[in-house]
Design a protein around this ligand. Structure first.
Ligand SMILES: *Cc1c(COP(=O)(O)O)cnc(C)c1O
Length: 251
């Protein structure tokens, strides 16, 4: 059986090469695209191997699992990203742990983050999650709602809008994904030309294991990749993974 560390190093090297190739196709340098490794289905052994291999930005989509992992992996130099639904009663415990909230999907959530960040004396970089695919199951702001919201968010002192985030629609394969990513980029470009002061729209977080190359070709500056990084490393870490799942469960 290949060693977990070796497998993870290979996966990381392959993903980084694919990212660099896609960046070159969009006339950008590889350094212009950041990799956030999504650890939600990975075990602790594999996550440690990934950080040791040089990937320091990690993302979780459930706050309780993020808290648990931030505690268990506190000895490692990790920068955490929250990439999934953040319930309002979990904001206070989450903010001090993260370097970015990528999934700000409603005005009321952002208002609550502002209030709590003020109490904690934090400044929180956020991305606004936009429902570009139009699928009812997807979270996020409707595209026409984003522009008017930016004016309001420019007033906030503890929240910094850094860009936009989306997930591609599940139907329609890569062609559909490309359209959704191009739509997010188009929205960003239009809004940026009339962007209020103290709002930055440089970041575009889009692309997962199945579609990150297309996302980079369409302008992604952050990709969120899970399964492509951890594939083949699960067999030996599933026990840890299952334990984490139970301990991290909601409710
Ligand atoms: C799980 C997840 C990802 C990564 O998905 P993979 O297909 O495993 O790469 C990216 N973004 C979000 C919001 C996720 O929940």
């Amino acid at each position: 059986m290949p060693d977990v560390s070796e497998r993870i190093r290979d996966n990381l090297a392959r993903v980084r090469q694919q990212m660099a190739d896609a960046a070159a196709r969009s006339d950008r340098a590889a350094e212009q695209v950041r990799l956030v490794a999504v650890t939600k289905s990975a075990g602790e052994v594999a996550i440690r191997a990934l950080v040791q291999a040089g990937c320091h930005e990690l993302g979780e989509n459930r706050p309780q699992q993020l808290w648990q992992r931030a505690a268990r992996l506190a000895d490692l130099p990790i920068r955490w990203h929250m990439i999934g639904t953040l319930q309002k009663n979990k904001i206070r415990r989450t903010l001090p742990l993260i370097q970015m909230l990528q999934s700000a999907d409603s005005p009321s959530l952002v208002e609550a983050v502002e209030r709590i960040a003020a109490e904690l004396s934090l400044r929180v970089p956020i991305l606004l999650e936009v429902n570009v695919s139009g699928e009812a199951s997807k979270h996020g702001l409707e595209p026409p709602a984003v522009g008017p919201l930016l004016e309001e968010l420019a007033r906030l002192e503890h929240v910094e809008v850094r860009g936009l985030m989306c997930m591609a629609g599940v139907e329609g394969g890569l062609e559909r994904a490309r359209r959704d990513f191009a739509a997010l980029r188009g929205l960003r470009d239009r809004l940026r030309s009339a962007c209020p002061d103290r709002v930055w729209l440089d970041a575009l977080s889009m692309g997962m294991s199945g579609d990150f190359e297309v996302a980079i070709e369409e302008g992604a500056t952050i990709v969120r990749i899970g399964s492509a990084l951890f594939e083949g490393a699960d067999a030996q870490t599933s026990e840890v993974s299952q334990t984490s799942e139970v301990e991290g469960a909601e409710g």
